[in-house]
Design a protein around this ligand. Structure first.
Ligand code: ATP
Ligand code: MG
Length: 348
């Protein structure tokens, strides 16, 4: 009896804690990816939980990618992970297409997920824009592949930015429906981990849109490959309002651009937004922006320098990805096989 209660209140108690997260190698790795994902992966590494980080190249091609650019962006992303502090010995780092179990599991999930669920995904609506009939089938099916990325490792925790919340809910729905339809407790109900001061870094051009790799305006984001001058210029030109910083967080309500810069400062400095406001209350952006630029340059320059150093040894990056893929497959293969057994696929 007490076991049953425990299973109900902590559905993942039977699963070993395991972290999974992915980033698309769609170029232009940016400050939002760093604060919402990479920095948090590096910070979490010391917790001693097995962590699997994936360059999701199969997601990237849901919109057309030039092949040479895709290969380069995948290696650059791997360099970005390492430069941000993710250790390929402690964590498993690889690119998705080298582990075929992701797409094999995705097919099973395509048959579990319902059309109505997929049609509610706001990211598809945003990315397909007004041209949904001309979007790829892959862009529509992407969240089922993402569920497979996570569940093929029985991952219990997924650190992501706020924009991925809906996809994580879909992952939980798919796990729940699979478990229910087959009468098993096989997949964990994964917890999204959306934490920190900058879970949603906004565009520098428009405080209501998230900073994105795929935004056509380079001024909308700080790329991790930007040099000190570019970083300072982009912050100086970031859209703001004419008022000084208020003396409480309350005063940032309805000021999305100002709020964004305060949140970025807080996340880079490992402070809370309240602490940043306490330190900078009453400042004009003419004063606050240069402080933010100095901080951003101090934190990001070592990363971009390390990324370009790592990029000079392509062979080493490819070896890291290959070794990571082998380690990933050791976990994924038995889980996929068990899934096939549950579903009734013959494996001889
Ligand atoms: P794309 O525009 O190609 O979708 P993206 O910038 O959204 O690129 P993703 O590869 O889709 O980047 O996301 C990688 C990780 O970065 C995810 O965990 C996502 O939640 C996080 N992330 C993306 N954009 C932001 C942002 N603006 N603020 C905080 N986290 C973000
Ligand atoms: Mg995205």
């Amino acid at each position: 009896m007490s076991d049953a209660v425990q299973t109900q209140s902590t559905p993942n108690a039977a699963f070993t804690p395991r972290v999974f997260s992915g980033i698309q190698p769609s170029g232009n790795l940016h400050l939002g990816n760093y604060l919402g994902a990479l920095k948090r992966f590096a910070d979490a590494q010391e917790q001693g939980i097995e962590s699997i980080y994936c360059m999701v190249d199969l997601h990237a091609i849901t919109v057309w990618q030039d092949p040479a650019d895709l290969a380069r962006a995948t290696r650059e992303l791997c360099a970005g992970f390492i430069a941000a502090g993710v250790d390929p010995e402690k964590s498993i780092l690889f690119n998705q297409s080298q582990v075929p179990e992701h797409t094999q599991m995705a097919w099973i999930f395509n048959c579990v997920a319902r059309m109505g669920w997929m049609q509610r995904m706001t990211q598809f609506k945003d990315k397909a824009d007004k041209n949904a009939q001309n979007a790829s089938l892959g862009l529509f099916a992407y969240p089922a592949l993402m569920a497979a990325d996570i569940l093929v490792y029985h991952a219990t925790h997924v650190p992501v930015g706020e924009d991925q919340k809906q996809h994580l809910e879909l992952t939980r729905d798919i796990a729940t429906k699979f478990n229910h339809d087959y009468g098993v407790d096989f997949f964990p109900i994964t917890e999204p981990v959306i934490e920190g001061a900058a879970t949603r870094v906004m565009s520098f051009r428009d405080g209501t849109k998230k900073m994105s790799k795929s935004d056509p305006s380079d001024m909308s984001r700080i790329n991790l490959t930007d040099d000190a001058d570019a970083i300072a210029k982009k912050i100086r030109k970031a859209k703001t309002d004419p008022d000084p910083l208020p003396d409480s967080l309350e005063g940032l309500r309805d000021r999305p651009e100002a709020m964004n810069l305060v949140n970025i400062y807080a996340a880079l400095a490992d402070l809370t937004p309240e602490q940043v406001i306490a330190e900078h209350a009453g400042q004009q952006f003419g004063t606050f922006k240069p402080s933010l630029a100095d901080l951003a340059v101090a934190k990001l320059s070592p990363i971009s320098t390390e990324m370009s150093r790592l990029m000079q040894d392509q062979g080493e990056i490819d070896r890291i990805l290959g070794r990571g893929a082998e380690r990933a497959r050791e976990i994924a293969t038995p889980i996929l096989h068990k899934t096939y057994d549950i579903v009734g696929m013959i494996r001889s």
